[in-house]
Design a protein. Sequence first.
Length: 218
Amino acid sequence: MTELTLVIGNKNYSSWSLRPWLAMQQAQLKFTEIRIPLYTPSSRQEILQYSCAGKVPILLHGNVKVWESLAICEYIAENFEPNLWPRDSIPRAIARSVSHEMHAGFQDLRNNMPMNCRARLPGKGMTTSVQKDIDRITEIWRDCRQNYGKEGGFLFGDFTIADAMYAPVVMRFVTYGVQLGAIEQAYVDTILQLRAMQSWLEAASQEQDAIANFEVPL
């Protein structure tokens, strides 16, 4: 079988890299990891070696290049692990909907609470618009858990791409000390307890890079 290679950014900061990395780990796929530190003078040139889009993550599979997080997850589901989406059509449609909503939205949360796995900044970055994003995300989590996730700890019971898409939000909520209800906190705990997630966080803690754009002032 042709080897898989995933090109990613800093584990401490790169939310988009975490998503397909976690999905591939949960699918128990063997892949080579190439890490390119972001926002350095050579970052873009290094990334352009793998994709003309100039952004991470990038999946390499033989002559195939897939250069966007959700597209990579879809490619993995189609070619390696179909159970990364719910089996039944209705929960699968909902899982795709909430995944795309995450992909396209919540810009205020992204801008004001950038992913920073090493930091603990309770209360920082909170604005009225960020709280609206948080309210919508927690609504999604509750609805999915209550309607589709009762047979397991994830949004749709078993781990799916939807969980990969929201894993960076889990880290944001931890970093910024977002107060959650019981259902949402249980979901956060489920994601944090994943062996793959623990591995990612351990690697992030060992990185020495500091990217000013992702560091919220104390």
